[in-house]
Design a protein around this ligand. Structure first.
Ligand SMILES: Cc1cc2nc3c(=O)[nH]c(=O)nc-3n(C[C@H](O)[C@H](O)[C@H](O)COP(=O)(O)OP(=O)(O)OC[C@H]3O[C@@H](n4cnc5c(N)ncnc54)[C@H](O)[C@@H]3O)c2cc1C
Length: 364
């Protein structure tokens, strides 16, 4: 069997569904191929509240609203920061992804459960091989959007190396409670990264990150001992890409979200950026100018990603530099600048420069 469409999107996570919605809304013919409708991505599900208005996400998806974060330094300095002028919405990822796919479908996208296998280019047309309901199906399309996450099989099929990445282990803990997002720093349990406790729809989501997979469970154990929580057994290991900013499109195949490594360094926030990349890729296709995607992404996010990459290298290189990160955030002006960048997504030239100036001023 053969299906034909103008645009095929591989992957029905936040990036793919957002691209599908924008394309369908503008009358383009689009298929969204998701390999498993029941898949629940391991994720804290934390999204700045402002994203809901910006990207028209149903607010019924908000399970909790978090109004403060807590930073805990390697030496146990605790700092509570009120998220003045913003808040963090907590969602449940299974439901979040399902509803975004439904919204895309309501706008006219054809949402199909099926798995991408391979791709070939024939003249100017892509022929994609997919498994739909156990049958091998060919999907013919003019554009392809690879939104298939950190283990992107579209990348693999094209011989493009996977994104550099790190490992996380995470778990939902029903017996633990917190009313803020806790970021725990320390090389003993999160070398070069952080461990976290986020409120969840039920209890909390807890986890830690590490660059070497072999150590991840031991590190999580050290974290649970430090935080004095009890693992309830169902842990999941999953990768998070590290941003390089080197892949946007290959011909008319565009890469968005985790498939393109678009996770913000230092905070490791990915949902907002995946959705924005989906929107920008869709806009480029609507304008029939694929290169516009890279230009628009860079104009919107390059400086912010580069700055966070630098800060991450500086502040997460050892415990004493992480102490400085927490100590610096005791200053109200640094808190305000971080909230502006993170929750209000203000990366105007002035805002970024004043952020850099603040760090220079207090570090030198
Ligand atoms: C433990 C953890 C906690 C996190 N917490 C947060 C957080 O609190 N806030 C935040 O902003 N970010 C968080 N992130 C990052 C965030 O989850 C990702 O950046 C985000 O999901 C990226 O969206 P995406 O659509 O690009 O990819 P994904 O969400 O990974 O979606 C990819 C989709 O493609 C599908 N797919 C894969 N292969 C195929 C194929 N061959 N054929 C068809 N479909 C396929 C998958 O089933 C999946 O549905 C976290 C990540 C982890 C691992």
């Amino acid at each position: 069997m053969k299906l034909t469409t103008k645009i095929l999107i591989v992957g029905g996570g936040p990036a793919g569904s957002t691209a599908a919605r924008f394309l369908a809304e503008s009358g383009r013919e689009v298929i969204l191929l998701e390999k498993n409708f029941s898949f629940v991505k391991p994720c804290g599900g934390g999204i700045p509240l402002s994203t809901f208005d910006e990207l028209d996400i149903p607010k019924t998806l908000i399970k909790k609203e978090v109004k403060s974060i807590r930073l805990i330094s390697p030496l146990d300095e605790k700092l509570d920061i009120e998220l003045r002028g913003g808040s963090l919405a907590i969602t449940e990822r299974g439901e979040f992804d399902r509803v975004l796919r439904n919204v895309a479908e309501e706008h006219g996208a054809h949402v199909i459960e099926g798995e991408f296998y391979g791709i070939t280019l024939n003249n100017t047309i892509y022929r994609v091989e997919a498994n739909i309901g156990g049958e091998r199906i060919e999907i013919v399309s003019e554009y392809v959007i690879a939104a298939d996450g950190v283990n992107s099989s579209v990348r693999r099929a094209l011989g493009i190396k996977p994104s550099p990445s790190f490992f996380t282990v995470s778990e939902k803990l029903k017996e633990t409670e917190t009313d803020c997002c806790e970021f725990w720093f320390g090389f003993s349990h999160a070398p070069g990264l952080y461990s976290w406790i986020f409120p969840s729809s039920e209890g909390v989501s807890a986890g830690t990150g590490c660059f070497e997979t072999g150590k991840i469970n031991d590190l999580f154990k050290i974290f649970t001992e430090r935080r004095k929580i009890k693992s309830e057994g169902l842990k999941r290991i999953y990768k998070v890409p590290r941003w390089k900013g080197d892949l946007y499109n290959k011909g008319k195949i565009m890469f968005v979200g985790d498939a393109a490594g678009q996770v913000l360094p230092l905070s490791y926030e990915g949902i907002y950026y995946a959705m924005k990349a989906g929107e920008l890729a869709a806009r480029a296709i609507i304008e029939e100018r694929v290169n516009e995607y890279k230009r628009m992404w860079k104009a919107s996010f390059q400086k912010r990603f580069f700055l966070m990459h630098k800060l991450s290298n500086y502040f997460l290189k050892n415990d004493s530099s992480t102490e400085k990160l927490v100590a610096l955030h005791k200053r109200p002006e640094v808190q305000e600048a971080s909230i502006k960048l993170w929750l209000r997504k203000d990366s105007s030239r002035d805002s970024l420069q004043s952020y850099i100036k603040l760090f220079r001023k207090f570090l030198i």
